[in-house]
Design a protein around this ligand. Sequence first.
Ligand code: NAP
Length: 348
Amino acid sequence: MKKRKVAVLGATGTVGQRFISLLAGHPWFELVALTGSGRSVGQRYGDAVHWLLPADVPEGVADMPVLPTDGPIDAEICFSALPTEAAAEHEAALAKRGHHVFTNASVHRMDGDVPLLLAEVNFPHVRALERQRRERGWSGSIVANGNCTAIHLDLALAPLHRGFGIERAVVTTMQALSGASYPGVPSLDALDNVVPYIGGEEEKVVAEANKVLGTWDGSAVVPAGIPMSVHCNRVTVRDGHTETVSLTLRGAPAVDEVKASLRAFRGRPQELGLPTAPARPVIVRDEPDRPQPVLDRDADKGMATTVGRVREDVVLGVKFVLLGHNTIRGAAGASVLNAELLVAERCI
Ligand code: NAP
């Protein structure tokens, strides 16, 4: 297969750096362009970036120039790690010019003609691209992925909603500092503390989770309509969002049935053997004290969600804890997997 040329938009940021590390040596994609804001445009990437990942900047990337996001980009696929306003300014323009944009920004996630794609869960939603091209007249496209909290929640909820039906859910998150972008929460606000507010996050998780778990009716996504109560908190963890989840499932299945459903879950990425696909999207652990961020966030290269402490809940029926890497599966890795799926399925 001839490698597809790809660009990373917002390449110097937290998610941009993850894209660069995931795309290094990718068997299908060749990284040919990087963009940034006026702060870094014209600089060598290695000089513009404050690199935060343990391995060095991949060979060859440090010497690439940082390009403007509104100039010519010689890449068919653009992975976007742009902040909201920049995404609003540039992503539609790029799709109009023929680029396929896989975005982490929230600006287009809830648009009726933009698939909010979670590769294992809702591949039929890519039919929205036909409407997008027809109504907007674009030769390219925009495909969004959910926010870092909703992605991991949906991976755990999808098999349970499919297998039993979810009647209601209560979710409490403990979200990592890297989810707030670099430099994130000031150290004096974060250290020795839990901040019980992340602006807009609770509403986003409810809306996005219901869109991802919804069904494509031939012209639009019908949201799943699961009543959810969500509390979002920022905690002093570097990477990895933890979420406690309590659910009422139709038919009140036993704890062992719930575990079996999560363990059996596989999607198109696993069937197709996509390069970035985890072997199992959901890993279920039986130890009483897992998952933990330092031990489980890198499970299957950060692409899997780890679920533990599955047990009976006297109020709602069943409860568990889940954990996932927010900048890998919760952001850049989700986009790369979405792009692999659309290439494999010949949608782009
Ligand atoms: P970030 O660290 O602040 O990085 C932002 C990037 O965008 C930088 O490369 C910056 O370039 C560039 N940029 C800023 N303004 C720009 C402009 N006007 N035009 C072009 N480029 C511009 O942010 P992040 O944490 O990586 O988040 C990126 C996106 O992913 C956001 O939409 C965020 O909501 C979403 N997201 C983040 C996470 C996470 O865990 N962090 C998870 C899921 C989704 P310069 O360095 O040159 O200024």
